[in-house]
Design a protein around this ligand. Structure first.
Ligand code: 0X9
Ligand code: ZN
Length: 391
């Protein structure tokens, strides 16, 4: 059997290589696994090994092979995980899950069991509904956590848009749980949470390829599947993204070509006038990114308030667990990339406080973050969000 990522390698590319790396990413020749720090860690598929090596050598950029066969590496890591998982006593039983899991990541089915259970058991606190279906027909669930008094303020949280960033939906589910068990913190706002915005991609990371990022669109006529849902929103569509279906940052044939982004857009548009905060949960980096992401040349409206409230958030996180998050501009701190949730919310909805939150860690485990982080990561983000909501 040929596993995905067989003979893919992971390389560390020297600090001056970010422009070349960006070009190779857009050309579909590699996948960037980190975005901050001095060097870039990239996954290089076997068919591009020579071209990537030549491009780096031509530019005089040093690189180092960190992992020679990613499939073998992931399999070894999974075996360790499997042993640990079997030692865990899961609180989900077949088709029921009364609380989100702390000791391991949840499958999409387990997430659905949990959402169905809370919807039934806490009808005065939460309403769960489907806002649309994915390419493969899975539901995109929206949890509306109800305030205890009528409110005209709303907060929107999106999670799981990138399939491999497993900590994002895990934290979103814990936030839902905090909000329905600790009613006072969000008693005066309507909170809307989409805990899993890309269910097909997520299922694919469980079954086939743990490092899958995009959705599962079959790109007619192309060799490669998937659209990067954080390049598919109608905000400066196509800037800092790729029109090559084989790229990890493939923007899709047109803005909102994907049912997942359309469903999110339509649900957000209904709340437009009340939305005060939009937060997109991603990983990793421990950074709170504010717009714009599409350009380094223009300042986002209310930039100083975005930074000030961002600092309230990062300070609360630090007070909770000691974890350091940094407030950065998306384009300057990471890279120029358009068509993302954050820029669209700011541009089209005029929401004042819009961020992309890159959760734990800073790259030691990266996308393969140990589930032992779920509880503490959720707790610190919960503290950050409650402090921001109070302001
Ligand atoms: O590249 C992204 O979509 C985000 N980083 S991730 O590693 N989770 O993929 C950052 C998006 C920041 N926002 C914009 N560039 N607009
Ligand atoms: Zn992401």
């Amino acid at each position: 059997m040929c596993l995905p990522n067989t003979r893919h390698q992971v390389w560390r590319v020297g600090s001056r290589g970010s422009n070349v790396v960006q070009q190779l990413l857009v050309a579909g020749m590699l996948d960037v696994l980190n975005h901050s720090g001095s060097s870039r860690t990239v996954r290089v598929p076997p068919e591009s090994l020579t071209e990537v090596k030549d491009a780096l050598q031509d530019a005089g950029i040093p690189y180092q092979v960190l992992i020679h066969d990613l499939a073998a590496h992931l399999q070894a890591a999974d075996e360790e995980g499997r042993e640990r998982r079997s030692a865990d006593n899961s609180s989900c039983t077949v088709s029921s899950c009364p609380a989100p899991l702390n000791t391991h990541y949840m499958t999409f089915s387990q997430m659905e069991w949990y959402l169905r259970d809370v919807n039934t058991s806490s009808p005065t606190r939460i309403t769960v509904s489907s806002i649309g279906k994915s390419v493969e027909g899975r539901n995109i669930w929206l949890a509306h956590i109800l305030p205890s008094q009528p409110s005209d303020k709303a907060v929107w949280l999106e999670a799981g848009l990138h399939a491999r960033e497993w900590i994002s939906p895990a934290v979103a589910l814990h936030l839902i749980h905090h909000m329905i068990t600790n009613t006072s913190a969000t008693s005066s706002v309507d909170v809307f949470i989409v805990p899993m915005a890309n269910p097909d991609g997520y299922v694919y990371t469980w079954i086939t390829d743990r490092l899958w990022r995009k959705n599962r669109r079959v790109n007619g006529g192309a060799r490669c599947d998937g659209v990067d849902l954080n390049r598919n929103w109608d905000s400066h569509f196509g800037v800092g993204a790729s029109n090559n279906p084989c790229s990890e940052v493939y923007q899709g044939p047109s803005a909102f070509s994907e049912p997942e982004t359309k469903a999110l857009r339509d649900a957000m548009l209904k709340l437009k006038d009340n939305l005060e905060l939009v937060l997109a949960l991603h990983s990793y980096g421990q950074d709170l990114l504010y717009p714009w992401g599409w350009s380094t040349g223009e300042e986002a409206p209310g930039k100083h308030d975005l930074i000030a409230i961002g600092q309230v958030f990062t300070q609360a996180v630090k007070n909770a667990t000691g974890t350091e998050y940094a407030v950065k501009n998306a384009a300057e701190g990471y890279y120029v990339a358009s068509g993302a949730t954050d820029d669209w919310a700011m541009e089209a909805l005029h929401t004042k406080y819009v961020y992309t939150l890159e959760l734990r860690d800073q790259g030691r485990q990266g996308f393969l973050l140990e589930p032992a982080n779920i509880l503490a990561c959720s707790e610190e983000i919960w503290q950050g969000i409650t402090q921001v909501i109070k302001k």
